[in-house]
Design a binder for this molecule. Structure first.
Ligand code: WT7
Length: 655
């Protein structure tokens, strides 16, 4: 569990009422209006969601809104639609034809604008390419791309032809690609030569080649030329995007698919084993992302929206690609790092494009605080009207800074709680209605029956810590874990039969606001990214020098949590600074740079119970406080702890 508790201290107790000007124009203009609609939506969730879904384009209307055979849901049963048509054609063939859909900036400063009309042509071309190359509805396509418009185009083209995409974050390593290919059975990869990050080229195609040396069932690799870095192309498997799209028509007739047709797989970490493939389907997912964008970001035709996530994460799927485009909004997309060439980059872009809604992560906000107030102060940020936060609890210091230095004290902040599995935001303020307090995601969205239960399954009293559950199905929910229904049932639906357990600890205050405390399982939240301790441990143990490893999270001012690893070496290997760096690099190579341990301690043994279980609680206490004060009577060998205590205090003294 994250130790960053969001308990309100006195100076952070302040309640921020929605600004009157904002409320006047908002879709939900008061707390009373929210409560009324919420009450109705909770009595008849299907009624609420059906009304939302009707705002989308269906080729065939559904016959039944929800079929719930716990834990398996079907939404809009019998309905048929094309998700891509809803995000693109609906606007391109109407008044928004020449409206900017994506205003893109590359890290080096190159710029591109795609109107809805142009986006339609690009998407149709790539859909034609996929079909021409034999990609069929129901097949999986792995996408490994930098943040360039082609990433969104590739996703939408998959949706258009009914192929399920599996986007893999560009920071992940070759083995992560291999794992996903093996699990998903993808036959096609869309990638780029590389992407720009902090002034350098991050190679992507070479990583794909490394993965394909281990996994040989991929039939086609389509490569966008972005950075002109040297790549090798294997004929006839590998082809260039620009050659392919030049050879096909910019028109493509979209077929309709069943509402429950798979839309995508996205892999995320759990507390055990390899990442699991979260399956999202079509009609329900689109309804959830569309509706939450409309109410929570209060999206309008005049808005310029910017979500700084990467399409490799669920935030990029739901709140860059599907939700905003389904709303026909104009959005900004950026390829590179927030601090390139310096920490003023985001604010210069907000000023240049007149961004009105800005959505980012607390870890980024903390980095901006550290960089200095002069960066935002140098830019005109007056276009902003709404701010958002996602990925981890936002600490009150970050909230207050964001509110003052970015929002000029006038923008509501929506602290949005959700997960890869939930598909869309479930708990969040509505900006024109909900009174805000720094650190709380406030109240559940329409149709979302959220509660906090104790271990016995009883609802917790105000301010009592417990486990966050959702008691009714919702349209954008996970449908299953790819290939493993049992794991799906066990992971999410077995703590309290029939209820969805999120894996988060939380409490509600007396006003009903949800305060998320953090994960209850062995899942870390590093800079808003989810990592399983088990995955990092298994990466460490795959190195020939390592006998055993234990990984835990420790509080970190910037990242939220940092990765601390404890490693026991095999006989014949000596502890050294060189080996420490090698092991960190090894984790980077196996999983990706985000998983590299921040601290790595060598230890002749790990603290274990007499039955051999690693005592993580104790390791956590050690790295957090430097000592162990708790009960150690079950510990098998105390000298292990003494040794670690000494190392930790030495490493602190060095810093
Ligand atoms: C976990 C889900 C949702 C997209 C990004 C992460 C934590 C997420 C918040 C928030 C407190 C949050 C939870 C959750 N989390 N948003 N607003 N306040 N915690 O998606 O990788 O699936 O991680 O992120 O612990 O369970 P994810």
């Amino acid at each position: 569990m994250s130790s960053k508790k969001s308990t309100p201290s006195h100076d952070h107790d302040q309640v921020h009422q929605p600004p009157k000007e904002f409320a006047k124009k908002a879709r939900i203009p008061s707390l009373a209006a929210y409560r009324k609609l919420y009450q109705k939506s909770i009595e008849k969730p299907a009624g609420f969601w059906a009304k939302e879904a009707k705002e989308l384009l269906w080729r065939k209307k559904w016959s039944k809104t929800l079929e719930w055979k716990a834990p398996f849901a079907k939404w809009f049963v019998g309905g048929r639609l094309n998700v891509c048509e809803n995000c693109v054609d609906r606007h391109a063939e109407g008044a928004r034809k020449n409206k900017a859909a994506i205003i893109w900036e590359g890290e080096p400063g190159d710029k591109r604008v795609l109107t809805y009309g142009q986006l339609q042509r690009e998407v149709c071309r790539f859909a034609n390419v996929l079909e021409k190359k034999g990609v069929k509805a129901g097949e999986r396509v792995l996408i490994y791309m930098p943040m360039i418009p082609e990433a969104a185009v590739a996703m939408l083209a998959c949706a258009r032809i009914g192929a399920a995409h599996n986007v893999v974050f560009g920071g992940f390593a070759a083995d992560a690609i291999v794992d996903r290919l093996e699990d998903s059975g993808a036959t096609t990869i869309v990638t780029a030569d590389g992407g720009w990050r902090r002034g350098k080229v991050v190679p992507l195609k070479p990583v794909v080649d490394e993965a394909l040396a281990k996994y040989r069932h991929v039939q086609r690799v389509i490569v966008v030329k972005r950075c002109e870095n040297e790549v090798s192309m294997t004929d006839p498997r590998d082809t260039w995007w620009h050659d392919e799209v030049a050879a096909v028509s910019a028109r493509h007739k979209a077929k309709a698919f069943d509402s429950e047709h798979p839309l995508f797989l996205l892999y995320t970490s759990g507390s055990t084993g390899k990442p699991k493939g979260i399956l999202h389907t079509s009609g329900g997912y689109l309804t959830g992302t569309y509706s939450t964008c409309k109410y929570i970001f209060d999206m309008n035709d005049e808005d310029v929206y910017w979500c700084t996530a990467d399409v490799g994460w669920i935030t990029g799927h739901s709140y860059i690609v599907y939700g905003p485009l389904a709303n026909g909004v104009t959005q900004v997309m950026y390829e590179g790092a927030p601090n390139f060439p310096d920490f003023g980059r985001f604010w210069k872009m907000v000023e240049e494009y007149g961004v009105t809604i800005f959505y980012t992560a607390p870890t980024a906000i903390r980095a901006f605080i550290k960089a200095g107030d002069h960066f935002p102060a140098a830019c005109d940020l007056s276009s902003l009207r709404l701010l958002g936060s996602v990925g981890e609890p936002i600490n009150p210091e970050a909230w207050n800074w964001y509110h003052k230095h970015i929002g000029g004290g006038k923008c509501p902040i929506v602290d949005t709680w959700w997960q890869t599995e939930t598909g869309a935001i479930l708990i969040s303020p509505l900006p024109g209605a909900t009174p805000l307090k720094a650190g709380t995601a406030t109240l559940p969205f329409f149709g979302i029956d959220a509660a906090i239960l104790d271990e016995a399954g009883k609802e917790c009293k105000p301010d009592q810590d417990g486990r966050l559950v959702i008691r009714k199905p919702w349209p954008s929910m996970i449908r299953t874990i790819h290939g493993d229904k049992e794991r799906y049932r066990k992971t999410y639906w077995s703590d309290y039969p029939g209820l969805y357990t999120a894996g988060d600890g939380a409490r509600r205050d007396k006003d009903g606001n949800f305060w998320i405390i953090g994960r209850l399982d062995d899942v870390l939240n590093v800079s808003g990214h989810r990592l399983g301790t088990a995955e990092i441990e298994s990466a460490l143990v795959s190195h020939p020098a390592v006998a055993e490893a234990a990984v835990i999270g420790r509080p970190d001012d910037l990242k939220g949590q940092a990765v601390a690893a404890f490693v026991t070496l095999k006989g014949g290997f000596d502890e050294s600074v060189g080996l420490r760096e090698e092991l960190r690099g090894h984790v980077g190579k196996v999983i990706g740079a985000i998983a590299k341990p921040d601290d790595l301690f060598f230890t002749p043994g790990l603290p274990k119970t007499r039955s051999g279980k690693i005592m993580r609680r104790l390791l956590k206490e050690l790295v957090t406080t430097g000592t162990v004060a708790g009960n150690v009577t079950t510990l098998e060998d105390f000298s292990v702890v003494e040794n670690l205590q000494r190392q930790i205090s030495e490493s602190r003294a060095r810093q």
